[in-house]
Design a binder for this molecule. Structure first.
Ligand code: BGC
Length: 355
């Protein structure tokens, strides 16, 4: 069996009957379902034609949001009364596979997964013959998510690496933008177009330095998650000069064969991530540079172990080699298989087959 088929089988095999996906079945801290990982996993299943598996995930997110809807109402009531909105009042970025919040002291408040959810649903619905019915089934959570993002997109919250909760991050804004934009094509809402224009202007005003996009407001570093600004969230075109310079910086500062997250990353010594390497390939396909995309795909394939499993990261070109041991001592080797890594591999492979 090739890695593409193996990956699809693996994603389906680890989907919990209720529809969710643990981030990694083999890593103790990753038994939660993150909306970010989960949505890209469902998207990979969608592009592979596994419609019902993807639908199961979106139904699970819908139920999860409805269960926690009261938190949104509490936030709105507090905001109206001028009371502080502390981070724990917001919707969590990850849930147990049966939709409960986790209790670890991690950064729970992240908005990108909710933007991704809206985007993923739009991608799913366009592939269904009965798209309208499906949309109606989960409409309540979609509308609540739209209102939630419109209300809070400017709040500082943890980035997609679950760090820097005191800042506003460009990849998060891209996910919010992409989700709102795409869902408005299916569920028109007059508030969305002006908000999207505002997000875009905000990024252009505060998120550019030295002619390229930056990791977060006030932090000019490069970060591989900036790829999201083009693929898939379409905030800026692949050939936008600022995006081209951002990708040049990713190549120069973060690519050693595989792609690293950001220059000061110490997590497991700061290795190279298959999922980000596939993401860079996805960008190059969009930019019409197929050869480079193929090289990146080859690199990802070479990281699969003898069973075919892809890890979260590999210790290639470690940014901080001396940091690796303390993570291995505490948690064991990096998560493998990481479902999100298999998902991004499937996405790139399928795009290569199509193009
Ligand atoms: C990553 C997140 C990811 C989570 C589960 C964390 O280490 O920083 O981006 O969602 O793992 O895979």
């Amino acid at each position: 069996m090739n890695l593409y088929e193996f990956s699809i089988g693996l994603l389906k095999q680890h989907q919990v009957p209720g529809g969710s996906f643990p981030a990694s079945p083999a890593f103790s801290a990753y038994q939660y379902c993150w909306l970010r990982d989960g949505t890209f996993t469902a998207y990979a299943l969608d592009v592979a034609g596994e419609r019902e598996a993807a639908a199961g995930y979106y139904r699970w997110v819908h139920k999860t949001i409805i269960r926690h809807l009261h938190k949104f109402y509490t936030l709105l009531a507090r905001r109206q009364r001028g009371l502080p909105l502390s981070a724990e009042l917001f919707w969590h970025c990850r849930y147990t596979t049966d939709s409960w919040e986790g209790s670890e002291p991690w950064g729970h408040f992240q908005l990108d997964g909710y933007g991704a959810y809206l985007w993923g649903v739009a991608e799913h619905v366009k592939r269904r013959a009965d798209g309208d019915e499906f949309l109606t089934e989960i409409q309540e959570s979609l509308e609540a998510t739209v209102s939630y993002l419109l209300e809070f997109w400017q709040e500082p919250n943890f980035d997609c690496w679950e760090e820097n909760g005191d800042r506003v991050h460009l990849s998060t804004l891209a996910a919010v933008y992409g989700g709102l934009q795409r869902i408005s094509e299916l569920l028109p809402d007059p508030r969305i177009a002006p908000a999207c224009a505002e997000i875009r202007a905000f990024v252009e005003r505060h998120g550019v330095a030295n002619g390229r996009f930056i990791k977060s407001l006030g932090n000019p570093a490069v970060d591989a998650s900036l790829l999201w600004l083009t693929v898939p969230f379409d905030l800026f075109a692949a050939d936008d000069a600022r995006m081209v310079r951002t990708v040049a910086a990713i190549e120069a500062d973060l690519c050693t064969g595989g792609v690293h997250r950001y220059p000061s990353d110490v997590f497991y010594g700061g290795g190279a991530w298959p999922l980000l390497t596939a993401w860079l390939g996805w960008y190059y396909l969009q930019a019409g540079q197929r050869e480079r995309a193929q090289e990146l795909l080859d690199w990802v394939e070479a990281q699969a172990d003898e069973r075919g499993c892809l890890p979260e990261q590999v210790p290639e070109g470690l940014l901080f080699p001396e940091e690796r041991k303390r993570w291995v001592d505490q948690w064991g080797e990096p998560a493998r298989p990481l479902l999100w890594a298999h998902a991004m591999y499937v996405v790139l492979k399928k795009e290569m087959m199509r193009n």
